[in-house]
Design a protein around this ligand. Sequence first.
Ligand SMILES: Cc1ncc(COP(=O)(O)O)c(C=O)c1O
Length: 492
Amino acid sequence: MEKFKSIKLNRNSGEHLYTQLYNSIKQLIMDEDIKANEKLPPIRKLAELLSLNNITVVKAYSLLEEKNYVYKKIGSGTFVSSVEEEFHRLDDEAYEDMRLMDRGQIEVRENVINFASATPTPELFPVGDFKEVLNEVLDRDKGLAFGYQESKGYFPLRECIVEYLKIYKISTLVENIQIISGAQQGIDVISKALLRHGDTVIVESPTYTGAIATFESRGAKMLQVPVSKEGIDLNVLEGYIERYKPKLIYTMPNFQNPTGYSYSRRAKKELLDLAYRKGLIVIEDDYSTDLNFYTDENATLKSMDSNENVIYIKSFSKIFMPGLRLGFLVVPRSVNNEILMAKQASDISTSGLIQRAFDLYLRKGIWRRHISYMKKIYKERFDIMSQSLEEYLPEATIFVKPAGGINFWIGLVDGFSAKELYSQSINADIAFIPGGVFYPQEVDSNFLRLSIADVYPDDIKIGIQRLSQAITKYYQRNSIRSQKKSIYRPIL
Ligand SMILES: Cc1ncc(COP(=O)(O)O)c(C=O)c1O
């Protein structure tokens, strides 16, 4: 108790008392004034000693536990984690990053090589071309460009998209195109239209964080079906469909986020057959089919959907500009109306100005040149990334090279944690996304996602070298730790 008497809290500093208390106890642990496995004072006693509310102490202890500085023993109290556990402690920077990532954000600090975000670097955006089409629209349409647009979308743009879809071998009609303010809104609008609280949705495991957040917000139950480099596990999927009668299946058949895996043509076909037999809607979230570098097998599910079971979502964020907040859906006739009503209830319509400018951008054919340019840039980054991973990743670390897209899924040896690695790598100025974020429930995964969208070619090689060194160090430290651990034997 003596050591805790020295804790000084400033009630006028504006900083929460529990964070001040957390910092003070953390300091005592770091300075080894309180030693490994030593018990912290009971909550009530410490609260009395420092004239605090019990809740303040509870919150400080919880934060220390979350960051692995202490552990709780039920019925006995809170203890300082052992020195061997030191490597597991999340420093404050890593902890804050992790909290942000859970909310889909990352703070990019200066000098950090950012393999975490999947947003293209801004100099790649076709700003000059877009300025021209914007000016042309303003001269041509004047005030009309600033009125409400019809909820389904600006008619000439929808006509243009029907033509544009021919490159994906998708044949559809203008009335099936629904303009949306980005693919994220597409997922939300579909959920609003087709899900009720308590309904079941099947998602790939792992899956896109934005979809998890949307399905959660609608009160849907998510069932996870593993994806491998062949695609979704169709046996598990069929079993789940029979047992749980889901309303929707959410998929990314090409260059899946986060794994980069693509379904084989056979898997796509079988998924469609299954959806037809069971009368189910499959959402195809197409955010990067265009970035195909090494496969002939990147047909969209929608292009194979002869029975109208697929709602196709197209995002332009990776190939054009995420800030346009523009995308579209191709909707089966059976749900066309519900989707339109949900879109209307969400934001009435997507910006008319942006739709008109994008329509002109497509009509003038400028987009073809831009997509070729983006593919060239991404391919350079993609190749450097795969070569660097092949060259530098430590042995036994799993890496399946995708055939395109922007994401790489790396597996640490079983039993190691990508979250713990993050603490080490961020100290070496390398950011990535720990794989646990891509599951609906909180899990600590041994996988991590690296993206090439926000890194320059010169940084990729250095970044992967540094990351690989951090992984090696992490493996070594942990093998020392595991040697010291108890041995477990069966009790038979
Ligand atoms: C799979 C997937 N779907 C949807 C989105 C959101 O796209 P948009 O910016 O078009 O809303 C993203 C963004 O990264 C994504 O990765």
